[in-house]
Design a protein around this ligand. Structure first.
Ligand code: ZN
Ligand code: ZN
Length: 331
């Protein structure tokens, strides 16, 4: 089969690999849609994951079961499914507290085992979720939506009248649309890029240009301020916009080792809650429901549908401000 492989740090290839066979409790999925996530680029350059190369990247994918291994129950050939990429040990302190996404031995398809940028992928049955007739291109958004929902689980969204999200890229937009399904309707997106601000408005969200006077006027007025840029300089300013008793969510992946300055007095005096979340923690079923609640317009966040051999170019150029979600698709 054809697959994208990370051969070593910074080196990508389009490779010919043996078709996977399902081991016990595994199924093989023919991948129909597989999305690029910013962490895929971090993995390539050693900023995220275990850097065990060679590896087939891709952890946001959906497809059809084409073979079923021994011991698999409740799944069958021909079923349309989406993959939860994460697996955990079940024994460490985090796992025992239910924080499986923080497992000491956390692994994931596309990070520590071959993932979705391939024609086929062998996946454990516990990581497979049926999607009935949801289009593959929409179902492949379940993993990033799951991450967003795990992030929002850290916040008492019922107590939030408004929210502001820095970064109107695909993840920021998925966070806004997911927040709306939780009843938060006053949502402002902040971005440098005009076309992304227009995109936000086209979804009925408010949009404010970064570094504008309009942004300054929102200081200390927002119940939930979230970063979806992963830029430390942006993350540093979030507290300024939080209302008294408000929440700050560090969601974007800032580079490891970077630091920001925070006034502990401000956090104390204005009773600000600072939260961070990593990846997803069994949120796929909830994500499928959220995607259905958002409706088909969610697919507008997929800007490119390309063949597997074209994905390499997108993984090599990390910051394409004119692209949103990029999917490899096969029919
Ligand atoms: Zn991701
Ligand atoms: Zn564990």
């Amino acid at each position: 089969m054809k697959a994208i492989t990370y051969q070593s740090l910074g080196e990508i290839a389009l490779s010919e690999l043996d078709n996977p066979e399902p081991a016990q409790h595994e199924v093989v999925v023919k991948v129909h849609a597989s999305g690029i996530c910013h962490t895929d680029i971090d993995i390539l350059y050693g900023r995220y994951g275990s850097s065990k190369f060679p590896i087939v990247p891709g952890h946001e994918y959906a497809g059809e079961i084409v073979s079923v291994g021994k011991g698999v129950t409740n799944l069958s050939e021909g079923q349309r499914v989406v993959v939860d990429p994460n697996f955990h040990c079940g024994d460490c302190r985090s796992c025992k507290k239910g924080l499986t996404n923080l497992c000491d031995k956390l692994g994931a398809y596309g990070v520590t085992q071959h993932g979705g940028f391939a024609e086929f992928s062998a996946v454990h049955q516990d990581n497979i979720f049926p999607i009935s007739d949801m289009p593959y291109g929409i179902a492949a958004l379940a993993e990033p939506v799951g991450c967003v929902l795990n992030g929002l689980d850290a916040i008492d969204t019922d107590a939030c009248e408004n929210a502001m999200i820095f970064g109107a890229g695909p993840i920021g937009m998925l966070m806004a649309l997911s927040l709306r399904t939780k009843g938060v309707n006053d949502i402002t997106m902040v971005d440098l890029n005009d076309s992304r601000l227009e995109l936000a408005e086209s979804f009925g969200l408010k949009a404010i240009a970064a570094a504008s006077d309009d942004l300054t006027s929102t200081e200390k007025s927002v119940d939930l301020v979230a970063d979806a840029t992963g830029v430390p300089q942006v993350a540093e300013k979030l507290i300024n916009y939080a209302a008294n008793g408000g929440n700050v969510l560090f969601f974007g992946v800032c580079p490891p080792g970077e630091t920001i300055a925070v006034s502990p007095h401000d956090v104390f005096r204005r009773q600000i809650r600072l939260a961070g979340t990593h990846s997803l923690n069994h949120n796929i079923p909830e994500a499928i429901n959220a995607i259905e609640a958002i409706g088909p317009e969610i697919e507008r966040l997929v800007s490119h549908r390309v063949e597997l051999n074209e994905i390499k170019a997108f993984l090599e150029k990390s910051n394409q401000s004119n692209s949103l979600k990029v999917h490899a698709v096969t029919t």
